[in-house]
Write a protein that binds this ligand. Structure first.
Ligand code: HH2
Length: 299
């Protein structure tokens, strides 16, 4: 079992959490402290993810990668078996389970940190929870499968509710908003209410602006700039900027694996804006970014 190295985190000075932020997330693996931002390492059991497709399909390789991410400072890992990249087509239930469960079992045996499962299907969420997943990360915010909220409520696991305009197949065609920040905030408020109406506890809800999901470069930058408006909703905020194409566009067409510095800049600003969970591929580098950002914010 690999646990994060506590000695890599210097003591931060006194810092009040932003208004409305909660400082823990209750998972079956115990309380995940969010007084400091947590790096969430991405383990994609997909052949076609835009940045790490195919790398973690093999369970023993995925477990080794997961253990390495925890040793580098990841406080949580996110496992997914359905690509949500722009233009991706949906994966059938049995194929998603066939890819995910062997990887999840191997990763669960290798690390002690909370594991989230990136899925929009209640049946996949239930199977993953039975195999030791602690959190559900639903990029459809419970809209794809009407049974999702009830499944999470019954199992008592937290859920990440992410904003997306459209579906992965169509979302980048012509994203359009009046005011992207207030529309995303209203959407997340409404989905959180629906989750609570289905029995999910308030302290088991995380919200996410869905960077890159039906958004232009300007929309993504605006959401990062105004993250305070989402933090003010009162739920921990997760942000996934890692290697995303808006960074490539801002950086003259850089490929996914050449977007680390761009990712680092966006993560530092997301932490400054109050993000508590940072979903990333390159854990060691981004852990350093988070530690330094928080030290400056706490000074
Ligand atoms: N981004 C991706 C996938 N899942 N979940 C949340 N909550 N927030 C995100 O921003 C987010 C997410 C896309 O990144 P990646 O996993 O690298 O690609 P793919 O979906 O192709 O597997």
């Amino acid at each position: 079992m690999v646990s994060p190295p506590p000695q890599r985190r210097p003591e931060a000075g006194p810092r009040l959490p932003p208004a409305g932020a909660r400082s823990t997330l209750r998972t079956r693996a115990g309380l995940l402290a969010l007084d400091r931002a947590v790096v969430v390492g991405v383990v994609n059991a997909t052949p076609d993810s835009f940045s790490d497709g195919g790398r973690h399909l093999d369970p023993s390789r995925a477990a080794a990668a997961a253990a390495a991410m925890v040793a580098e400072g990841a406080g949580m890992l996110d496992l997914g078996a359905e690509s949500t990249r722009p233009g991706a087509s949906p994966v059938p239930l049995d194929e998603e389970l066939r890819r995910l469960l062997p990887v999840l079992r191997a990763v669960r045996a290798a690390v002690a940190v909370p594991l989230s499962v990136d899925t929009t299907k209640a049946e996949v969420a239930r199977a993953a929870i039975a195999e030791g997943a602690d959190v559900v990360n639903d990029v459809s915010a419970g809209r794809h499968d009407p049974a999702m909220f009830a499944s999470c409520a019954a199992a008592g696991v937290p859920i990440v509710l992410m904003h997306m305009q459209g579906t992965p197949a169509t979302m980048q065609a012509a994203p359009r908003y009046g005011d992207v920040v207030s529309e995303v905030a209203s959407f997340l408020t409404e989905r959180a209410r629906a989750a609570m109406a289905a029995g999910i506890a308030r302290e088991a809800i995380v919200v996410d602006p869905g960077i890159g999901f039906g958004k232009t470069v300007t929309h993504n930058c605006r959401l990062l700039r105004r993250l305070d408006a989402l933090v003010a909703l009162g739920y921990p905020v997760l942000v996934g900027v890692s290697r995303k194409s808006f960074l490539g566009r801002l950086l003259g067409g850089r490929e996914a694996e050449e977007r680390l510095f761009g990712t680092a800049a966006a993560v530092a600003l997301a932490v400054a804006g109050g993000a508590k969970l940072l979903r990333v591929h390159e854990v060691a580098a981004i852990h350093d970014v988070v530690v330094v950002s928080e030290a400056v914010l706490g000074a």
